[in-house]
Write a protein that binds this ligand. Structure first.
Ligand code: ADP
Length: 400
């Protein structure tokens, strides 16, 4: 079975064609600047890479170009689009409407579109992508939607409710949803498999540390709490996002700057976090280099980051009444030995100890960095959200 995995943003369309017989990537690429001047596609296949400038007024032209790149020329990997057995779409916000991946119908697309109020930056683009995919690939190819929020749907009300008047939950669906669910699911399953256990047997904390970042407490294979909230702005500090704040801070900054409403959300999404505190960069590598060179604010950023993460790990250990496994993943989690060491250093009380030499190794699908006397397994697992989407898509299609 060949599955095309799609991640549609407002001006981009990322794709990956996966052969499910061995879970290998046949080709992948990205259409960028859709609807903006200077649009182009990059396509990787057969050991080569191409960048072609093409006019993409809408996502539909982008999808047509993806089909062309896959079926014609040096980057050709299939004879025709009819070889694609199913399409799996990444959707950011499924709210309480979708707790599982499902087949796409017109009604499903409309509901995803309606959920744009909760994720304006993402769901609108996803709905456009879904409509375009249906047009370009036709009704004979099944489309499946896989939600970033779905893996967190098992959270109990005590974890997802905010202490605001109940009507905001009832009438406006304001609650914690959590994101990166596809990644948390992939790495927690991969960790259990590596340890030779069933997910049901383990209390895990998965740390997805990328530009956007979140933690999940996964008890017996089910999420019981996660750090992001109504939107991906919540939780601990990230590259350029503030994470959780005293709500009064938001009002006060608004008063001081005159920035209001969605603009303020945008400000706290793009100008805060590592970037805001350091004044240097949102990129963890730049912060680490600056801290190494003695920059006090960069050192403060790392101190804050480790401290906030330790507090989350501590509270999730309490929430689960135990901890068997910690899993680091995503850009920072997979690559920064310094961050992993900094976070784990403060967790000795919980029995967390890492092997500092093993921690320095990179580039493995799974790196077991557990120290010899550690009570908690500490793993670094390379995430693969596209593969998780393809697996979920295959399961939905096979269950039809
Ligand atoms: P996103 O998908 O949220 O954009 P990624 O998962 O790609 O983010 O992670 C990006 C982050 O990973 C950046 O902050 C980058 O600095 C960090 N990163 C990548 N490689 C390294 C490294 N070797 N050391 C430290 N941080 C790294």
């Amino acid at each position: 079975m060949k599955i095309l995995v799609i991640n549609c943003g407002s001006s981009s369309l990322k794709y990956q064609l996966i052969d499910m017989t061995d879970e290998s990537v046949i080709c992948k690429g990205n259409c960028e600047r859709i609807g903006i001047d200077g649009s182009f596609i990059t396509h990787k296949a057969n050991g080569g890479e191409w960048k072609v400038e093409v006019d993409f007024p809408t996502h539909k032209e982008a999808f047509n170009k993806v089909v062309e790149m896959m079926t014609v020329g040096e980057g050709k990997v299939i004879e025709s689009k009819s070889e694609i057995d199913a399409i799996g779409h990444r959707i950011v916000q499924g709210a309480e409407k979708f707790s599982e991946p499902c087949l796409v119908t017109d009604e499903v697309i409309q509901t995803i579109d309606d959920l744009s109020v909760l994720a304006p930056a993402h769901n609108k683009a996803h709905a456009i992508g879904l409509r375009s995919a249906k047009e370009v690939f036709g009704a004979e190819v099944p489309n499946v939607v896989v939600f970033d929020t779905a893996f967190h749907a098992t959270m109990p009300p005590k974890a997802y409710m905010y202490a605001v008047p109940y009507e905001f939950y009832e009438k406006h669906a304001i609650r914690r949803y959590g994101f990166h669910g596809t990644s948390h699911k992939f790495v927690s399953r991969a960790a259990a498999e590596y340890l030779g256990k069933k997910p049901e047997e383990l209390k895990m904390i998965t740390l997805h540390l990328g530009n956007g970042a979140s933690l999940a407490a996964v008890d017996g294979g089910k999420v019981v709490d996660t750090s992001m909230g109504l939107t991906p702005l919540g939780g601990f500090m990230m590259g350029s996002r503030s994470g959780d704040l005293d709500p009064s801070v938001v009002g006060y900054i608004s008063e001081l700057t005159g920035i209001k409403g969605n603009d303020l959300t945008d400000y706290l999404t793009k100008k805060a976090g590592f970037l805001g505190v350091s004044g240097i960069s949102s990129d963890c590598r730049d912060i680490e280099v600056a801290a190494e060179q003695g920059d006090e604010k960069a050192k403060l950023v790392l101190d804050m980051y480790f401290y906030q993460l330790q507090k989350f790990v501590g509270s999730y250990t309490a929430a689960m009444n135990g901890l068997d496994v910690m899993v680091f993943t995503a850009g920072i989690g997979e690559n920064s030995a310094n961050v992993r060491e900094g976070v784990c250093e403060g967790l000795g009380y919980f029995g967390v100890e890492i092997d500092k030499e093993q921690n320095k190794k990179r580039g493995m699908a799974i790196n077991d960095i557990t120290g010899p006397n550690s009570k908690v397994k500490v793993l670094v697992v390379a995430t693969n959200e596209e593969l998780m989407i393809a697996r979920d898509t295959m399961n939905v299609v096979n269950a039809k």
